[in-house]
Write a protein that binds this ligand. Structure first.
Ligand code: HEM
Length: 363
């Protein structure tokens, strides 16, 4: 016998509340629209998943708020970020269910919803903010600030989040605290820099020797190599790097970026497995949100064509712009440009390998 009072399944899960939360506008207006039930349920299921994602992000952000993040926390954070990615995969798949509704079925009740729209999903905005999508990166449509479409209690929730450090900011600080960056005895960066420059030089020769390229294409590709080299040099020149930061071409600090490169290069060291997984899941979360945005934008195009959204935006066009721009961990995506083959990695001194703990020093 359990020492706790018995629990009834429907009470515990508040099933009656859940099942009485589908109020069809088409019923209210006496204009039957069968598919409105699906429309409501799909959105509600998404909002539940958003709630779970926020629960995970909040816990990870709390772990990273400390000056010292211990090894156990990293493992837990990684498994929670992994969980988010599994939910996101469902979120992408779930769009197929709403796609069983045809544009004509949607038109049966679309006008009843104006001006409501997923644009007003405050949980979606909380996720974006807590991950680290900054206001200056947001695409605006018709100069409408998303906050102005929300009611006061939801606005307040958003204001409260903006005050807290986002996962992106916390990651930046955590990376900055990695101890090896300050290692004096080890000339890792020097040997690494030389290897990358040689690799880019090889690429330049491949372009020069490629007879199939037109003159314009060759010039274009050579220019790209120059830009990559310039950006790479900036990693070792604080002033140049700051300029890229100011221009919005970099987001992580110089120190954090070098640490992320180091973790990626030496991810085979057992001690770096977890930090590498952490960075990798952040890339995956960003990628899966981008995938969701893209799939949602396509679904919207299919559903409403070139009409404006119920929230008043340019619909498909606005959504496609967010696919490219509303990304948070872009620097981690760009990082493979500077990766070199394992065989050419500078060997780490034994003391440094020993030093590489998860218990990062205080800033
Ligand atoms: C018939 C199905 C759907 C249509 C036609 C549709 C249409 C749109 C449109 C046009 C927008 C842009 C804002 C506006 O002008 O309204 C939008 C935004 C949004 N929708 Fe949907 N949507 C649909 C289903 C869904 C579903 C199932 C979700 C899941 C929660 C969702 C979540 C969102 C979110 C979060 C935004 C804001 C995106 C952003 O600003 O980056 N939508 N939707």
């Amino acid at each position: 016998m359990s020492k706790y009072p018995p629990v009834y399944y429907s009470d515990y899960l508040q099933i009656d509340k859940l099942l009485s939360s589908q109020k069809l506008k088409s019923n209210e207006y006496g204009h039957k629209a069968h598919d409105e039930m699906l429309f409501i349920i799909v959105h509600q299921v998404y909002e539940l998943w958003f709630k779970q994602i926020l629960h995970e992000i909040d816990s990870v952000n709390t772990m990273f708020r400390d000056d010292i993040v211990d090894e156990k926390s990293i493992g837990t954070a990684v498994s929670r970020l992994h969980r988010i990615t599994e939910i996101q995969k469902l979120m992408v798949e779930q769009l197929r269910v709403i796609e069983t509704m045809t544009p004509l079925d949607f038109l049966e009740f679309r006008d009843f919803l104006i001006p409501a729209s997923g644009f007003q999903s405050f949980q979606f905005r909380l996720i974006e903010n807590k991950l680290g999508l900054s206001d200056n990166k947001r695409i605006q449509y018709n100069n409408v600030d998303y906050l102005n479409t929300l009611e006061e209690p939801h606005k307040k929730l958003i204001f409260d989040t903006v005050k807290d450090p986002s996962l992106f900011e916390l990651l930046n600080k955590w990376l900055e605290r990695t101890p090896f960056i300050n290692t004096k005895k080890f000339n890792f960066w020097q040997s690494y820099k030389q290897t990358v420059e040689n690799m880019l030089e090889k690429d330049r020769n491949i372009i020069l020797e490629n007879k199939t390229l037109s003159e314009t294409k060759r010039e274009f590709q050579l220019k790209n190599i120059d830009i990559t080299l310039e950006n790479f040099d900036a990693l070792f020149d604080e002033k140049k790097y700051d300029q890229l930061l100011n221009e919005g071409k970099r987001h992580l600090s110089n120190k954090a970026m070098l640490a992320a490169i180091f973790i990626n290069l030496y991810r085979d060291e057992p001690i770096l497995h977890m930090p590498y997984n952490l960075l990798n899941y952040l890339v995956e979360i960003d990628e899966l949100f981008t995938e969701w945005r893209y799939r949602h934008a396509l679904m919207v195009h299919r559903m409403i064509g070139a009409k404006i959204g119920t929230g008043g935006s340019s619909g498909h066009q606005y959504l496609m712009q967010t696919v490219e721009k509303h990304r948070v961990f872009v620097d981690l995506f760009n990082l493979p440009t500077y990766l070199i083959p394992r065989s050419e990695l500078p060997k780490l001194p034994v003391e440094l390998v020993r030093e590489l703990g998860f218990n990062h020093s205080k800033a």
